[in-house]
Design a protein around this ligand. Structure first.
Ligand code: ZN
Ligand code: ZN
Length: 212
C-alpha cells in the first residue's frame, strides 16, 4: 500500500522528457511500482500530446486545459500493473544496475550504512542506500531536492513512515534523520539535484504543456 507519491511537477517533467537522468530513473522506478502514478502519468502524456497538437494552429483558450482534462477523465482505465517482480529491484532499476541487489558494489559510509553511486549524467546524482534494521542515516540537510524511494523494508523520519514503493520528496528546508525500522534491512534509491536546483527545471518543463 503506497502512501507517498510523485508530485505533478515530477510527472509532467518526466512526460515532457525534461528531467535530469537520475530523476527520470527514480520516477520510472516508482511508476513501475505504483498504479496511481502510472495513471496520472498517462493523463499528462495525453494532455501534452493534445496540447502540442493544438498549439501550432491557434492559441489556447482559457478553458482548453479543462476541456482536455475532462476528455481524459472519461478515458478507459489504464492497463493493469506489470506482474510482481521476483527480486528487490523493479525492472527500470534492475536494467540500470545490471542485476538485482547482489550485483551492487556497496561502499561503507559509517554506522553500518552502505551506499552505491549509480552512473548518471552530472546534472543530478543517484545512489542506492542500504540501511541495516534499526540503524540511522546520519542527520542531514539538503542543498537541493532529494527524492528517496523505498525498495525494501521501511524507514521513519521526522516527516512520516515510508514503506516499499513510498517516495519522500525532501526540499532544501528539511533536516531529517531516516531510521530503518527494526526487523528488516531497508534498501532505498535516492536522487539529489545539488548543485543544480530541481526548481530551476520547472519553468522549462512546463512550457510544452502550458505555453508560459
Ligand atoms: Zn505513486
Ligand atoms: Zn535526506
Amino acid at each position: 500500500m503506497i502512501r507517498h507519491h510523485l508530485n505533478d511537477a515530477l510527472l509532467m517533467g518526466y512526460s515532457a522528457g525534461q528531467l535530469p537522468e537520475a530523476f527520470s530513473l527514480i520516477v520510472a522506478t516508482h511508476i513501475s511500482m505504483c498504479d496511481e502514478c502510472r495513471a496520472r502519468l498517462e493523463s499528462f502524456d495525453a494532455v501534452g500530446g493534445a496540447l502540442l497538437g493544438a498549439l501550432p494552429e491557434a492559441g489556447m483558450g482559457a478553458d482548453s486545459l479543462a476541456q482536455v482534462m475532462a476528455r481524459i477523465r472519461q478515458a478507459p482505465p489504464p492497463p493493469p500493473a506489470p506482474k510482481p517482480r521476483a527480486g528487490v529491484f523493479p525492472a527500470p532499476l534492475r536494467d540500470y544496475v545490471g542485476g538485482d541487489v547482489e550485483a551492487v558494489r556497496w561502499r561503507a559510509v559509517g554506522g553500518g550504512v552502505r551506499q552505491a553511486i549509480l552512473p548518471t549524467a552530472r546534472d543530478a546524482s543517484a545512489r542506492l542506500l542500504y540501511i541495516p534494521a534499526g540503524m540511522a542515516v546520519p542527520d542531514h540537510g539538503h542543498r537541493g531536492m532529494e527524492l528517496t524511494l523505498v525498495l525494501q523494508g521501511a524507514f521513519r523520519d521526522e516527516v512520516d513512515r515510508f514503506g516499499p514503493g513510498d517516495i519522500e520528496i525532501a526540499s532544501e528546508e528539511l533536516e531529517h534523520t531516516p531510521i530503518a525500522e527494526p526487523g528488516a534491512d531497508c534498501i532505498c534509491l535516492a536522487v539529489t539535484d545539488a548543485p543544480l536546483r530541481f526548481n530551476s527545471f520547472i519553468p522549462r518543463l512546463l512550457q510544452p504543456f502550458l505555453k508560459i
